[in-house]
Design a protein around this ligand. Structure first.
Ligand SMILES: [Zn+2]
Ligand SMILES: [Zn+2]
Length: 446
């Protein structure tokens, strides 16, 4: 390739950079067809058209440039930024994805030694961190589906590559979710298959740690999932209900407060067993978790999850109590204090939740009363203060989860029941009103 000098742009290339900022895909396409336009030209700062498009959040133009041969790993920028870094800074996770699919290296660092994921974390673009840290191209797994060296058989039977890839690219690392993913695929629930999978993950973990550009995040993720696979083996071997039993064990809460002790211990144990004790990430995790008493915050899961996916838990988003899936919206209709993806997750959790549902209900009602009292106090104050007709404007917030929904309680109930999860939550609501059932929702197997 001809050496491209910084800042030596043709008139048409200058136009191209301008169009990327303000113009359309069509205009970009027209300019790219011009013989005076080089797709990897560099402006005076060493930015390529792809970097400009990534930084400006132009998804379609990024795709177009990549199709035209844009170099996704160009590293001529004066601060060593790559197109992936600009994408991560722009906060557009689709563009981040497109760059990764286009072969962007995640380990390149800028002039102050930061990777794209670290830069994204630094500016609070956590969705982009998640996308980068969880990117694992299928080809890297497919390598293990062919016999290597003196092996007669591949380490991973080809039919397992798809299901395993689905699990190792998951962005929800909740142990229950991982066991659910394993459990839903009969190919994976055999002892032999589980063994092969966990050994391959251990090999990937080793590779991540021993390669020149070490990737501790991916190594830790592989190790953690491998540990869960190994737990599954124990349960598949000698328990009756196999993985369902493991899920129950993970969800079972202790008598005092329902805290899932076994789950916490498993996650702590898996972190402790990480084989590379010199890893910075391991030391960080241990420092955050070791002083915490079991049952207190932060949980080992939240610490691990944040380290791997960059997600700072429980901000603005509701997570399923059973499987940790983001965006769960179905509330237990009795206590209104726990939230699930759907009826299946609620049923799975009921054996544990029923022991504390009543207590949670009392807490919830106390909070509601408290909020109502505060509100009427505020309203009275407002009436006294203003003495005008703008007093009763403020409606109670209908957002679920806030403690201010006193008088809109019925509304939010209906809303929850209508938006999917119908049968379960609606019938719960009926049970609650008609029988005032002391036993809680009758959705479980018991
Ligand atoms: Zn769920
Ligand atoms: Zn409940």
């Amino acid at each position: 390739m001809v050496h491209i000098k910084k800042g030596e742009l043709t008139q048409e290339e200058k136009e191209l950079l301008e169009i990327i900022g303000k113009g359309t895909v069509q205009e970009t396409r027209t300019l790219l067809a011009n013989k005076n336009v080089r797709v990897n030209c560099l402006d005076e700062n060493g930015m390529t058209p792809l970097m400009h498009a990534a930084y400006k959040g132009k998804l379609d133009i990024c795709k177009l440039l990549l199709r035209h041969g844009a170099d996704v790993n160009c590293h001529q920028h004066k601060y060593g930024y790559t197109a992936l870094m600009f994408a991560a800074l722009s906060g557009n996770k689709d563009i981040v994805w497109v760059m990764l699919e286009g072969g962007a290296e995640t380990d390149i660092v800028n002039t102050v030694g930061r990777t794209a994921a670290q830069m994204a974390a630094f500016v609070g673009q956590h969705d982009c961190v998640t996308v980068i840290n969880n990117f694992f191209p299928r080809e890297r797994l497919d390598y293990y589906t062919k016999p290597q060296g003196l092996d007669k058989e591949p380490k991973l039977p080809p039919k397992l590559a798809g299901p395993l890839h689905k699990i190792i690219t998951t962005t929800n690392l909740h142990p229950v979710k991982i066991v659910m993913l394993i459990n839903e695929n009969p190919l994976l629930t055999e002892e032999a298959a589980l063994s092969k999978c966990y050994r391959v993950m251990d090999l990937i973990c080793e590779k991540c740690m021993k390669q020149k550009d070490m990737n501790e995040v991916l190594a830790m993720k592989m190790h953690y999932i491998s540990c869960i696979f190994q737990k599954c083996i124990n349960f598949v071997k000698d328990r009756e209900n196999k993985l369902d039993t493991l899920i129950k064990s993970l969800l079972k809460g202790r008598a005092t407060d329902g805290f899932p002790v076994y789950q916490e211990k498993i996650i702590r144990e898996s972190i402790r067993k990480f084989p590379y004790c010199e890893a910075t990430l391991l030391q960080q995790l241990v420092r955050s978790i070791a002083p915490v008493e079991i049952g207190s915050e932060p949980t080992a899961f939240s610490v691990l999850n944040q380290a791997i996916t960059g997600q700072v838990g429980f901000v603005d988003v509701e997570f399923c109590t059973t499987c940790g899936e983001k965006g769960a919206s179905k509330r237990c209709s009795v206590c209104k204090m726990v939230i699930y993806c759907d009826q299946t997750c609620q049923k799975t959790h009921w054996f544990a939740h029923k022991k504390i549902c009543k207590n949670l209900k009392d807490i919830y009602e106390k909070q509601q009363l408290e909020a109502a009292r505060e509100k009427s106090q505020e309203e009275n104050d407002a009436k006294l203060d203003v003495n005008s007709n703008c007093v009763n404007e403020e409606q109670p917030h209908a957002e679920t989860g806030t403690s201010q929904e006193d008088s809109s309680q019925e509304d939010s109930n209906t809303k929850d029941s209508v938006e999917g999860g119908k049968e379960c939550l609606q019938s719960d609501a009926e049970l609650e009103c008609i029988q005032d059932s002391p036993a809680g929702p009758q959705t479980s197997e018991e």
